[in-house]
Design a protein. Structure first.
Length: 360
């Protein structure tokens, strides 16, 4: 069976585990979804091309890399965190202007200038003016809009009672109904105009302000990585990947650059001769490990060892605009072997090394 073999090296990478937050842990090898996504991006595929992937490799060491984690609060807080103004109110990102920072854990006030460090006086004044405008709007609503709407409601209730005393076809009924309609429409207009005024003067401008807190968090980063990836797909897809794989720039984070050392078509076979030990760590199908088609090397030595189990994302479908991933149950093994009795496993004998290939 002809497949495509890729040999890729990276000086560093983080293949982030989805459930980790403060300490962004890494998988020991990139999961299938990461590899498939990177291949599709390099080839500029606009729809999914079905493929199976074998992923193996090794890394020299791992270290933790510190970074500043930004947490945006749900509301603009006057007494804590960092007051910022967003470049784009519809998107939370690091594109913002820092306005001021609260110096203590409590008792601060950006509006009153209590225990804060100011970075932008003009924006702080704008923030304070908006807070003053909010108070004016609240006063206007309480003293004018709400009393007017209450009177209108009372008058409409009175008119409804009067309508009950007249026939629907009478002139008196029609006159009362017309008056009721005028009051309803005018009340609606007052509410809509007030809401528009509130949005223009306060809601929209203040939406560009936000509060955030910062904390120290960490990435787990693998060092000096070598990956051997086998791709199984139709002949045309393999040809396109082979022609475009050198467009691949990163794997993992955007800063985790890659060097594609090799991209060749090779033949894999399930004709296994003798016992073949692994040269690399790999993701192996859980079923093959359970059935002992692939054996952890230490188990052969009489030591109980079963590797590390993962449920890895492969490809996805969109349901209600959300990605629903197909999960693959695999075992990460660093030392393992196969023999002529192994089923569902392949060997790549070409090149200087022999690779055990398990497509996921």
């Amino acid at each position: 069976m002809e497949v495509l073999r890729l040999i890729i090296s990276q000086t560093q990478a983080n293949y982030k585990k989805e459930e980790t937050v403060k300490n962004k842990m890494t998988y020991p090898l990139p999961p299938p979804s990461t590899v498939i996504g990177a291949i599709h991006a390099a080839c500029k595929f606009e729809k999914y091309h079905p493929m199976d992937i074998s992923i193996q490799g090794k890394y020299e060491s791992m270290h933790r890399e510190a970074y500043t984690d930004y947490c945006f609060l749900n509301n603009v807080m006057d007494d804590r965190g960092i007051l910022i103004k967003l470049k784009n109110a519809n998107m939370l990102s690091n594109a913002f202007d820092k306005v001021a920072t609260a110096k203590k854990s409590q008792g601060n006030s950006f509006r009153q200038g209590i225990t804060i460090d100011v970075y932008n006086e003009a924006l702080l004044k704008e923030y304070r003016d908006l807070k003053d405008m909010r108070d004016k709007i609240a006063k206007l609503k309480k003293e004018m809009v709400e009393p007017f709407l209450a009177r209108s409601k009372s008058e409409k209730n009175s008119l409804k009672e009067k309508k009950k005393k007249h026939e629907k076809t009478s002139a008196e009924y029609k006159s009362i109904a017309l008056r009721e309609k005028v009051i309803t429409e005018f009340s609606k207009k007052i509410k809509n105009n007030f809401k528009l005024y509130e949005n223009i003067k306060y809601n929209i401008p203040i939406s560009r302000y936000a509060s955030l807190t910062t904390s120290l968090a960490y990435y787990e980063v693998l060092n000096n990585i070598k990956l051997i990836i086998h791709v199984k797909s139709d002949a045309e897809t393999l040809r396109i990947i082979k022609d475009n794989i050198y467009n691949l720039q990163s794997l993992g984070r955007s800063e985790d650059f890659v060097e594609v050392e090799e991209a060749i078509l090779t033949t894999v076979t399930d004709n296994i001769v003798g016992e073949v030990p692994s040269a690399n760590a790999a993701y192996i199908s859980h079923e093959l490990v359970i059935n002992e088609d692939v054996l952890a090397a230490r188990r052969r030595e009489g030591i109980e060892a079963s590797g590390t189990k993962y449920y890895l994302n492969k490809n996805y479908i969109l349901e209600d605009k959300k990605r629903k991933f197909e999960k693959k149950k695999v075992v990460y093994l660093s030392k393992y072997l196969i023999d002529e009795e192994s089923k569902g496993i392949f060997i790549d004998y070409s090149g200087d090394e022999t690779y055990i290939v398990n497509f996921i």
